[in-house]
Write a protein that binds this ligand. Sequence first.
Ligand SMILES: *Cc1c(COP(=O)(O)O)cnc(C)c1O
Length: 219
Amino acid sequence: MFDSQFYHKLIQELNTYNAALVAVSKKKPVSDILLALDAGQQIFGENYVQELCAKQPEITDSIEWHFIGHLQRNKVKNIAPFIHTVQTIDNMNLLAELDKAASRNNRIINVLLQVYIATEETKYGFDREEVVRLFEEDVMSSYKNIRVAGLMGMASNTNDTTQVRNEFNGLFKLFRDIKPELNKNIRPVLSMGMTSDYKIALDEGSTMIRIGSALFGSR
Ligand SMILES: *Cc1c(COP(=O)(O)O)cnc(C)c1O
């Protein structure tokens, strides 16, 4: 169930940081999404292509879909007709495929580069040096149907808040360094922070948090 009381408190808190909210609706029914839309939420995040493509046509309200899961190249064509932002670009082949699919749909798709900041083996992303190099070499400018809006990262899943803070701080510094190279037509995005660590992320400069379980209940 959608927790509207928590939602409204969270929106107030986010306003003081001038940060945005992605409501992460994975594994939750369309009815929950409709409740959140009614409360004023616009941006929704999903992790699985099949689930997203099933939900998307069921909702007629205007909605900004963000893809936040691991995206396989052969699935790009399924979301290209409607996806607003892919937050999880973790290799250049994926970016090239998305550009091609966006072009076929006559669309511009926003992307975030996913950066590997955790100590866990299971997380995906570029490392910091790769991100710096991609911007130095201006690799992204050849993709005409892609807008690079910023960076996304996930901290380690640990109770050690100092470690989480350090990981977010590292990503913030990288964001600050590459910010002048980002697309000038959109507000730069630093997507970091989930239910367990969003307060730390906001303190460390997040401009967009991704909240699932605190809004919709545990999965
Ligand atoms: C599931 C997920 C979230 C939301 O996680 P919660 O802990 O439920 O808030 C945020 N970001 C990504 C990348 C996710 O996969």
